[in-house]
Design a protein around this ligand. Structure first.
Ligand code: NAD
Length: 467
């Protein structure tokens, strides 16, 4: 197994970028210094003074930006696969969702409202943009998660400084230059570099909203940093979503969908299925159905047309996946499929289905964020619901069965932001997206995400003075 160089190793003032399918450096990006942020945030502030004024021009520019993203789709998708690892078809889907988000928010306008509470006063609620927004995103969906931040923020009249992960800076830099063909200067600035670049951005006094997607510990650090300037904070953090199968589930019918809900993007999805709870009576049938898929799925470089599952993005993440699986195996679990790295160059781990996993094993209690899925038996539904709700996370969850009313009643008991029935991780652009407990603070998505980038401004005017 070749030893991968550090994904974000400093080479002078450049960040080395690794292709996770080979484990080799293939390009580099600027390793920007935290001190550079002062000038960039200042320019974002000055750009905001103009950008906030004209909603019609904003709508036009954002629609043009969506067209530009689509026109650059081939280049964006290939670069995304190269640095992130996902199969090319998934990269194309990510680019398409980036453009769709821009279009969805482009025409959105806040609703002004007058309060009529019997006083002889007109109280008008209007909405104002905030100023420069700092966005910090992880490496699993660099473009899509960036768009989930810049599309509502810019549509609301803010400007943004966006920092991708040092593991995936390139597609985001390309996206930034594509968007620059449609947006006024300094409305969106992409910065790349290693820590403490993100920490400095999150705590920058010129930033009015920090919107972060990433892990729980970093989210906490970001919140602490933003407290210095009392900037608004939105945190979209980790998940440990459970899929609860009911005893009337048709295992054969749902197995494909359930498998891909756990393994899409090589399991590196915040709201992937990370634990399966199956009634004890059908547990071995579920394990067998999932293991059969894990053994036959085509694993390889995302650039290969046949690949269905790519590599894990980076070396520390691969180590985390390996640790979670090995610990479970050492604790008495059995790998019905996988359970080891693949003998390929790059960061490949065999799609793994674990059974006989002790419930206190880290692969159950923590977020493995990779191609490893524990399947646990349950005896009563109460027990399953309690286990599903029993980690510190609360992002999503799903219930799978034939009787949809019964499934919905169980879904209603899941303590999370989004629950699906016979699905998982499918989001509407128009829905609020949020997590409870360690999974986050604030709401993204739909009008909620849009208003999260605005502040109310109320004008009271005596009614008798109106002509
Ligand atoms: P991470 O927290 O390590 O990094 C996220 C981003 O924060 C990166 O850009 C990183 O460079 C930056 N960063 C690191 N230290 C920082 C600091 N001290 N201050 C400011 N920024 C800092 O997360 P990751 O490993 O890149 O991503 C995986 C995590 O993201 C998982 O936990 C996953 O569940 C979560 N995630 C959540 C969602 C969601 O919507 N809830 C979506 C995708 C991923």
């Amino acid at each position: 197994m070749p030893i991968s160089p550090p994904a974000s190793g400093r080479r002078g003032e450049r960040l080395a970028v690794v292709d996770p399918a080979t484990g080799l450096v293939f390009d580099e990006a600027p390793d920007q210094r935290p001190e550079e942020l002062d000038a960039l945030v200042d320019r974002a502030h000055r750009a905001w003074l103009g950008w906030r004024l004209d909603p019609v021009a904003r709508t036009g520019a954002l629609r043009e930006a969506a067209d530009a993203v689509e026109a650059a789709g081939d280049d964006l998708a290939r670069l995304l696969t190269r640095e992130q690892g996902k199969p090319l078809a998934e990269s194309y889907a990510e680019v398409a969702r980036t453009a769709a988000r821009l279009r969805y928010f482009a025409g959105m306008a806040p609703r002004t409202r007058r309060i009529d509470d019997g006083r002889p006063v007109d109280s008008d609620i209007r909405w104002r943009s905030l100023g420069p927004v700092a966005a910090i995103v992880p490496w699993n969906f660099p473009l899509q998660l960036a768009a989930a931040k810049f599309a509502p923020a810019l549509a609301a009249g803010n400007t943004m400084v966006l920092k991708p992960s040092p593991y995936t800076p390139l597609a985001t830099r390309l996206l930034g230059s594509v968007l620059a063909t449609a947006l006024p200067k300094d409305v969106l600035t992409v910065v790349t570099g290693r820590e403490p670049l993100g920490a400095r951005l999150a705590s920058h006094p010129g930033v009015r909203h920090v919107t972060f997607t990433g892990s729980v510990p970093t989210g906490r650090a970001v919140a602490r940093g933003a407290a210095a300037s009392l900037a608004r904070v939105t945190l979209e953090l980790g998940g440990n979503d459970a899929a609860v199968l009911l005893d009337d589930v048709d295992v054969h019918a749902i197995a494909d969908k359930l498998f891909w809900a756990a393994f899409r993007n090589c399991g590196q999805v915040c709201m992937a299925v990370k634990r399966v709870y199956a009634p004890a009576r059908i547990h071995s049938e579920v394990v067998e159905a999932l293991a059969q898929r894990a053994k036959t799925v085509v694993v390889g470089s995302g650039l290969e047309p046949d690949s269905q599952l790519g590599p894990v993005n980076n070396v520390p993440q691969l180590a985390r996946v390996e640790r979670c699986a090995s610990q479970a195996l050492a604790d008495g679990a059995r790998a019905a499929a996988g359970g080891h790295r693949l003998d390929l160059p790059g960061h490949f781990y065999a799609p793994t289905i674990l059974t006989d996993v002790p419930p206190e094993s880290p692969v159950v209690t923590e977020e493995q964020f990779g191609p490893v899925l524990p399947v646990l038996p349950y005896r009563s539904l109460d027990e399953a619901v309690e286990a599903a709700n029993g980690t510190g996370f609360g992002l999503g969850g799903s219930v799978w069965g034939t009787d949809l009313d019964r499934a919905e009643a169980v879904a209603d008991r899941l303590d999370c932001g989004t629950a699906w029935i016979n699905h998982h991780a499918e989001l509407s652009l128009a829905q609020p997206f949020s997590g409870v407990r360690n999974s986050g603070v604030g709401v993204a998505g739909g009008p909620w995400g849009f208003y999260g980038n605005l502040r109310p401004f109320v004008v009271h005017r005596p009614r008798e003075e109106r002509r």
